[in-house]
Each structure stands twice: as structure tokens, then as C-alpha cells.
Design a protein around this ligand. Structure first.
Ligand code: ADP
Length: 173
């Protein structure tokens, strides 16, 4: 039984993440999507929201689990008896950081391989950050993210809009 862990922040999950997940599911018997609970990046969504959106988006896949993790990824992977970590590579800019992470994870757990999957054309410029930038100023991200994410990020946009109006109203009043 070959097990892989696909870790990330998934803030929020995009169709690029889903494509990497689908491809990983054909390579491994089981894939565990590990959603980072720690909030180093000032995430837009809570870990519960991020996990919910990932779960809703991968219902068509059978050999997959979604969990949160804290602490060292190498420890989480050992606990799950994983053979590999999956990472996606979009552009050369991803490479240096990913190489460092692969090396340190190998140092921490010598049995753990990192497997890189190259992003395919339409996904290679897609990131959670660009989705947030566009959606939170009212742009359409349909087709770039699963429909549940489109719905959730739309709600965040409406919330922001409401808060901004309250501030302006308060200033005027
Ligand atoms: P992290 O904070 O760990 O980088 P992300 O959620 O941003 O978390 O990304 C998780 C993984 O998914 C990373 O390996 C990243 O390179 C990969 N990834 C993100 N977006 C895409 C995409 N559009 N195509 C392929 N891989 C992607």
C-alpha cells in the first residue's frame, strides 16, 4: 500500500490543487491531503473552512483523506506511514523553496521521498493568493476554483463590502 501526503495551506483550494490531487490518486493507493493548521500566512479562511472546502471538492475521488496537521510535516508523514510527500511545481520560482523543503524533510526522515508534479498549462499561473486578490475586489474566479470555494469567497467579499460601507457610514454620521 503506497501512501502519499499532499500538504499545503489550501487558502483556499484551487482547481490547480485539485488537478495535482487527481493525478496523485492515480499514482498512490492512498493520498492524504494535509491542511496546515498553523496560521503563518494570515490566512483568509479558518482551518475548518479550508478543510470543508477541500472535502467538498474531492468527493469524486475514492482513495483520499483530508486532515489538518500542526508541527513538522516529516513527523506527520511518519505517523501516517507515508512513503512520499507530493508537491506541485508551477514555475521556476517555486523550485528553490521546494528543493530546500525536500532536502530538510529528507534529513528529518530518510525514508520519505518528495514527488514533484509539474502544473499543467492552464494551472501553472494559478495560486490561492491570486484568487484572493481577484475575488476580494469583486472579480470573477469561476472556473478557477471549485464551486464551493466560489461560493465561500463570494461571501467573504460581501462581508468586506458590508464592513467598508459601515466604516464610511460611521465616518459620515
Ligand atoms: P504552501 O503554503 O505549502 O505552499 P499551497 O496551498 O499554496 O501551500 O500549495 C500547496 C502545494 O500545491 C504546493 O506544492 C504548491 O506548489 C502546489 N500548488 C499550488 N497551486 C498549484 C497549481 N495551480 N498547480 C500545481 N500545483 C499547485
Amino acid at each position: 500500500m503506497r501512501v502519499a501526503v499532499y500538504p499545503g495551506t489550501f487558502d483556499p483550494v484551487t482547481n490547480g490543487h485539485i488537478h495535482i490531487t487527481e493525478r496523485s490518486c492515480t499514482l498512490f493507493d492512498k493520498v492524504i491531503i494535509a491542511v496546515a493548521a498553523e496560521n503563518y500566512k494570515c490566512n483568509l479562511f479558518s482551518v475548518e473552512e479550508r478543510i470543508f472546502m477541500v472535502r467538498e471538492s474531492i468527493q469524486h475521488l475514492g482513495n483520499i483523506e483530508v486532515e489538518s496537521f500542526t508541527g513538522l510535516l516529516a513527523d506527520f508523514a511518519s505517523k501516517k506511514k507515508a512513503d512520499a510527500i507530493i508537491r506541485g511545481l508551477r514555475a521556476i520560482s517555486d523550485f528553490e523553496y521546494e528543493m530546500q523543503m525536500a532536502a530538510i524533510n529528507k534529513h528529518l526522515n530518510k525514508d520519505l521521498e518528495t514527488v514533484f508534479l509539474m502544473a499543467e498549462g492552464q494551472y501553472s499561473f494559478l495560486s490561492s493568493s491570486i484568487i484572493k486578490q481577484v475575488a476580494l475586489i469583486g472579480g470573477c474566479v469561476q472556473g478557477l476554483v471549485p464551486s464551493i470555494v466560489d461560493e465561500y469567497i463570494g461571501k467573504k467579499y460581501q462581508e468586506r463590502l458590508r464592513r467598508t460601507k459601515e466604516v464610511h457610514y460611521g465616518e459620515r454620521g
